[in-house]
Design a binder for this molecule. Sequence first.
Ligand SMILES: Nc1ncnc2c1ncn2[C@@H]1O[C@H](COP(=O)(O)OP(=O)(O)OP(=O)(O)O)[C@@H](O)[C@H]1O
Length: 542
Amino acid sequence: MGNVFLQTLRKNSLLLLILILAIIASIAVSITPPLILQYIIDSLVSGAFSTYPLMAAGVLYFTLNAGSGLVDAFKETLITIFGQKITHDLRSAMCRRLDDLPASYFVNHEAGAVTSLFVNDVDTLENLFDSGVVSMIADVFTIFSILAVVFHLSPGLGALICICLPLLFLLTRYFQKRMLQAQRDNRIAVSRTNELIPETVHNIRTIHTCQQERYMRQRYGRTIRDSFEAMERSNFCDSIYSPIIITSCTDIICLMMSLSVSSPSLQELFGMTVGSVVALIAYVRRIFSPLESIGMEIQNIQSAVAGIGRLKDFFAEPVQEKNGTMEPDPAATPLVIGDAAFGYGKEADIFHHFTLIVEAGEMVTITGRTGAGKSTLFKLILGLYRPRQGQVRVFGCDPSRMAAPLRRQVFGYVEQQFHAIHGTVADQISLKDPRVTPEAIEKALHLVGLWDTCHALPQGLATPYKPEFFSRGQSQLLSIARAVVMDPQILLFDEITANLDSLTESQVLQALQAVAQNRTVLSISHRLYESQGGRRIVIGDP
Ligand SMILES: Nc1ncnc2c1ncn2[C@@H]1O[C@H](COP(=O)(O)OP(=O)(O)OP(=O)(O)O)[C@@H](O)[C@H]1O
């Protein structure tokens, strides 16, 4: 992950340089106007001034004030662009990594967790950059620059601010933490209410039948009350924080003024002139804004740390051999499973001592109770997982180490449901593999009996795919066409008729018989009485 970050910095070094200059310019532009104001006021009060320099100072004062907004906007734009470049590069690197991860990674990581890694954790990293580290550096520099100027104008006020600043920072953090906690509680309460609504609508008949309206009302009442109380806490902190800061700011200025008029030595320490008082008041006000931002930036950095940890773990995951090197031997037995055992992650074995030899051209139906491991067995045959014990050989070769380009020529795999990809109808069959010719697609469609349906579409096979073009049974036929288009030796059918009515089922079975000619076919059926012909093997306890 560090590499991705460094590469992005290297690639965008010019942008980074401009960003640093923009930050320096933004600090300079925000610090200078009070000094100019001091010069103007002191010149006017003393009466010893020449018109042109004073007018020039006035113009400069207004220009800097107007320019400060522009420089800030420019700086923020650069920070956002830089943050997005980092997230773009990071997400691209994550996609490449995801491609290389073995199937076993997805056993322990659910789809939701992986999605959250790509969306939320990368977003927090972007936040870390644009509303965390960079802004924090800029704010710290702003505070130190203001302090330096204040010390120069009034050492006494500088010391006063140095004493008050840590206290005010702690106070700011206290309020921010309380507000964030309240907002978090509110989000939880709102999401609970949001979950309750569809649940209530879904179960409305049961609620009425069982007369549970009072119970449901109480549940709603609880979540709504939680949300209200959390918002009250948040509003209270919000309303009390600003007056405290404004009062503190006024108190500091008051103290400074009172001390400076109380004795001549203190007046020297506080360095009072009319102009400097105006400038110092402006500085005291300006110092609170970065102080408040630093509190939020610390919060962003804290929440990004957990996300960074998860992203680091993701990049540390071992990848699988991208391109296996083993080549199947056409003369060897298509499938040999010898005394195999397998279980997911740290779970117990799903099956063990499983042995199966399938000869060329044979048709085998795998049956067994639900959860016996039929689909899992297919994943072992496809080389997505390795057995814990024993061996799986496909044409004499370990399928998990089979050369990737050969896979579609060896296996055709049809799952219970059709998984579409973005693209045309032809792409659904070729999977955008340039080796698949238009003739092969036409042949596969003829074989499964979908040719007429596909050619009746507005642009034929070039029509952009939409799920509504095909019925469920036709989608399964499309799956079969996808599986056979590269003329594989072994076909694996995983309960492909599971969700179909009997008429469509017979259509699909007909297509299955057609494509099974001269091929080795393994098909799963959890209905023990059912068999597509050939040998029947039971996995697990019958
Ligand atoms: N990715 C996974 N991670 C963890 N456990 C899994 C995973 N996939 C399947 N299992 C578990 O492995 C066992 C076997 O699942 P599998 O889908 O292979 O059974 P099956 O015989 O095909 O079942 P069915 O007939 O219901 O489709 C089940 O207990 C299931 O919960």
